[in-house]
Design a protein around this ligand. Structure first.
Ligand SMILES: Cc1cc2nc3c(=O)[nH]c(=O)nc-3n(C[C@H](O)[C@H](O)[C@H](O)COP(=O)(O)OP(=O)(O)OC[C@H]3O[C@@H](n4cnc5c(N)ncnc54)[C@H](O)[C@@H]3O)c2cc1C
Length: 435
């Protein structure tokens, strides 16, 4: 069994032992196996940094916990094991007219991983994050105790566990609410915008009418073009929608190139082409290219070569988001380090349920950076200064390097959360930021 890594491939990590969970009953024995050695659950490893890694400890692979337990077809309520992936849920439930209430930009994540990072999607302003649609879950602690918790049952342990980065115990199953849809299609309205001012206007108008909104920004454009991008607003299509002949096409990145294929030239060409070729107007799309464009290329993270890549995702509060996002883009475009299009999205006001949940009112900017070593890390320090000054935060699910002071300064409840950490659990991330 190869050692699991995380998506960015910038965090070397060697667990002392890997164990694969096969069912809920054997989880207790596997979890309690080695006293004194910390354990951590590992789902699909789609986190970019080290929240899913545990050097020197035991890593529990959860993908064998893949059973559906119950589905109430009338109410859209699903109970499943925590290693079930969002792809598996969609394959089962979409033909019955049910869709995920919240989904991140890949369907290759487990329910346990989605809960532990309290993930968000393009509909945060309308639907909140993953935990808002969670009725209950079972947590297996390192003592062997099983605790069922939810908003009305052990609410504090629930609030620590959602967004709790896998540190409160092993989630064995969860009960999630789905949303009804008529079919597999989306109505998508695409608009190009010339600068950030136009983005804020478009976004404010669209949020009132569309459940899904997101923008892609050309992070390499400079001068008058800085902040230009493509805005997409979407909703699930009406019953009569049809897209004849649509077929899923999957490609894969078969090898690890020795160096990154992402460089200044290829990036500038890609970003410019994307902006110019975006087709404006309203059109139907299958849900796969709309929600999961990157899933169409398996192992796409390999294009960055063996040195891997970072993702930098921050959120800035409403009072400072306009100036702050502009300042971040200015520094990124000047550095020439940025990668493909940056994603810009606003979060709604609905308070997150988790003590460490990342989503909070404001705007979130996310983009990838090839790992070029010291120059990339220096740029992140500059970006950190803007984020800190703006009163923002970085997303642990995407992080591989934030300084401890940044984590502690931007997750106000982290000390309260620390009281709920299971003494038998730990992670590379937690040892890096909290110890
Ligand atoms: C292409 C791409 C797009 C993405 N888009 C988004 C997005 O739009 N929004 C967003 O929020 N995130 C996004 N992400 C991040 C991703 O959704 C999260 O990192 C998610 O948590 C990964 O789930 P996983 O199953 O791979 O978990 P892992 O990455 O393996 O683990 C994540 C955390 O969950 C814990 N965990 C896993 N299973 C359990 C369990 N059974 N019990 C307790 N803890 C557990 C781990 O210990 C770890 O702390 C994206 C990632 C990729 C690669």
């Amino acid at each position: 069994m190869s050692a699991p890594s995380s998506w960015g491939r910038v965090c070397p990590s060697a667990p002392r032992e890997l164990r694969s969970l096969c069912d809920r009953a054997d989880a207790r024995a596997l979890l309690m196996g080695t006293p004194g050695v910390p354990v951590l659950a590992h789902g699909m490893g789609r986190s970019y940094g080290d929240v899913c890694l545990n050097s020197g400890g035991v890593l529990l692979r959860t993908t064998g916990l893949d059973r559906f337990i119950a589905l109430d077809r009338a109410a859209g309520l699903l109970r499943c094991e925590a290693g079930v992936t969002l792809r598996q849920i969609l394959e089962l439930c979409l033909p019955m007219g049910w869709f995920l209430a919240v989904t991140p930009g890949t369907r290759e994540v487990t329910v346990g991983g989605a809960i532990a990072n309290d993930v968000h999607g393009k509909n945060h302003h309308a639907a909140g994050s993953f935990a808002h649609h969670l009725r209950r879950l079972e947590l297996l602690r390192s003592t062997g105790e099983r605790v069922v918790c939810g908003p009305g049952e052990h609410p504090e342990l629930f609030a620590a566990t959602v967004g709790g980065l896998g540190l409160t115990g092993l989630i064995t199953w969860a009960e999630i609410e789905l949303q009804p849809v008529a079919n597999a299609f989306m109505t998508v309205r695409t608009t190009r915008f010339q600068d950030l001012g136009a983005f804020w206007e478009l976004n404010a108008a669209a949020e009132a009418a569309w459940p899904y909104t997101v923008a892609w920004i050309d992070c390499l454009a400079q001068g008058a073009r800085r902040g230009r991008g493509v805005f997409m607003a979407a909703r699930h299509a009406a019953a009569q929608a049809q897209l004849p002949g649509w077929k899923e096409r999957r490609r894969s990145m078969p090898v690890d190139p020795p160096v990154s294929l992402v460089n200044g030239l290829s990036l500038r060409a890609f970003n410019t082409l994307y902006w110019h070729r975006a087709r404006e107007g309203t059109a139907l799309s299958h849900y796969l290219p709309y929600f999961y464009p990157l899933d169409a290329i398996a192992n796409w993270n390999r294009i960055y070569g063996r040195r891997g890549f970072y993702q930098y995702q921050c959120v800035l509060p409403p009072s400072s988001m306009r100036e702050g996002i502009d300042a971040l883009l200015q520094r990124i475009s000047r550095s020439g380090e940025g990668s493909f299009l940056a994603v810009l999205k606003t979060f709604g006001d609905r308070p997150s349920l988790g003590m460490l949940s990342f989503a909070r009112p404001g705007a979130t900017l996310a983009l990838d950076f090839p790992n070029r070593g010291a120059s990339t890390l220096r740029l992140f320090e500059e970006l950190d200064a803007v984020v800190a000054e703006a009163g923002g935060a970085l997303y642990p699910a995407k992080d591989a390097r934030m300084p401890p002071r940044m984590f502690r300064g931007s997750f106000a409840r982290w000390e309260q959360f620390a009281g709920f950490v299971d003494p038998g659990f730990s992670s590379d991330f937690w040892r890096r930021v909290a110890k």
